[in-house]
Design a protein around this ligand. Structure first.
Ligand code: TXA
Ligand code: MG
Length: 361
């Protein structure tokens, strides 16, 4: 038997279903009602049986399994093709679960942060307790924990009655999924069920912050900005990757891997107007702000143009960017050029993802 067939047998064993939860039921945010939907019932049942299910969250879609079960969590790594040394975030629906899953005491800053930003796009790193499988945390003695805001995610956690390990539900290295169909495109045949809860409204992954030491360390920029954290805590926090050599703080294990990349080579353009001249006559897509799209209308270019949103509304760009990175592959162009956007507020997280997704000269 050749390697390809072995692989195929390992992965392609599910007839992947997409089940949606009615928009109005989601909008009602009544967890007890959402728990009764077919999608959530079936999804929770699969999870209790040790299977992996894709769930919507407000940041991106997650690939969820029982965080306490080594076997279940292994299936997440297998389905995504994720390196074993990259730990997963554990998702909870209730504050009391945090105490059960961690050891030691939560720091004062940690407490302030979760009181303000949970449920929501913030993940904290704390000392790991015994309940979580060491496969979930890639053998680290810390664990990443987040309480998502999306009512469907919360309903699945409550109905399964388990803490859920869930990385973004993309194939490892690909842009994170912000719609159920993105998950299907990446993982069809590899998981039994995708719960469709509509588009993820934030569109970028959570902020990851280590709150074990006295001074919190920002490991991954995300939905909650550094400014929001600093103004709440009334201190300057540390940011991984920006300290001087002597006290360099290691990034989250996952930050060293190639990430978020479409198949099409992507270039992040410093000096946009000069650069596009060079590409005249070539097969190119531009991913640009609405303002730039309007400027370009007056120039005759035969590039394909994808608009990411307005410079004045970085939240809109955040919500669109991963979908655009996927869309660019449908255009059949040789390269894609991306306009830089202001690195302020959530713009820091957008630029962080674009840097990783792109090739820089
Ligand atoms: O918004 C999100 O956070 C989404 C949704 C599904 O919740 N999840 C997500 O998971 O983005 P993932 O696996 O794609 O990214 C998790 C990041 C990785 O960079 C990983 O290395 C880091 O969190 N991480 C997890 N556990 C950690 C730990 N104990 N210490 C440091 N970094 C950790
Ligand atoms: Mg990810």
């Amino acid at each position: 038997m050749n390697v390809y067939r072995v692989k195929a047998m390992t992965f392609l064993k599910y007839d992947t279903k997409i089940l949606d939860v009615d928009k109005e039921i989601i909008a009602g945010k009544d967890i007890s009602k959402i728990k009764e939907t077919e999608a959530v019932k079936l999804g929770s049942e699969f999870i209790k049986q040790g299977e992996v299910v894709a769930i919507p969250t407000e940041t991106v879609y997650g690939l969820a399994a029982d965080a306490t079960s080594e076997n279940a969590v292994k299936k997440i790594f297998l389905a995504k093709g994720r390196p074993q040394d990259n730990p997963l975030i554990v998702h909870i629906a209730d504050f009391s679960q945090l105490t059960e899953l961690m050891s030691g005491r939560l720091s004062i800053y940690g407490e302030k942060l979760i009181k303000t930003f949970w449920p929501g796009p913030l993940t904290i790193i704390v000392e790991k307790g015994n309940m979580i499988s060491s496969t979930t945390t890639a053998n680290l003695n810390s664990v990443a924990i987040r309480m998502p805001e999306h009512p469907v995610a919360r309903a699945v956690i409550v109905e399964a009655g388990l803490p859920l390990a869930a990385p973004s539900a993309n194939k490892s290295g690909a842009p994170s999924p912000t719609r159920a169909v993105h998950v299907y495109d990446d993982l069809e045949g590899r998981i039994p069920l995708i719960i469709d809860g509509g588009p993820s409204n934030i569109g970028l992954e959570s902020t990851v912050i280590d709150v074990r030491e006295k001074k919190p360390v920002l490991l991954r920029p995300g939905g909650i900005s550094q400014e929001m954290i600093e103004s709440l805590l009334a201190i300057k926090i540390k940011v991984a990757g920006t300290e001087t050599k002597k006290e360099e703080i290691p990034l989250s294990p996952g930050m060293k891997y190639r990430h978020y990349s479409p198949q099409t080579p992507l270039f992040l353009i410093e000096n946009f107007d000069d650069t596009i001249e060079k590409y005249q006559g070539q097969s190119v897509a531009l991913i640009v702000t609405r303002e730039k799209t309007n400027e370009l209308k007056h120039i005759s270019l035969d590039f394909k143009v994808l608009t990411m949103g307005s410079r004045d509304n970085l939240e809109e760009i955040a919500a669109n960017i991963f979908a655009l990175l996927r869309q660019v592959d449908q255009l059949g162009v040789d390269v894609a050029l991306v306009e830089k956007i202001p690195a302020e507020g959530i713009g820091v997280a957008i630029m962080n993802r674009l840097y990783k997704a792109s090739i820089r000269e």
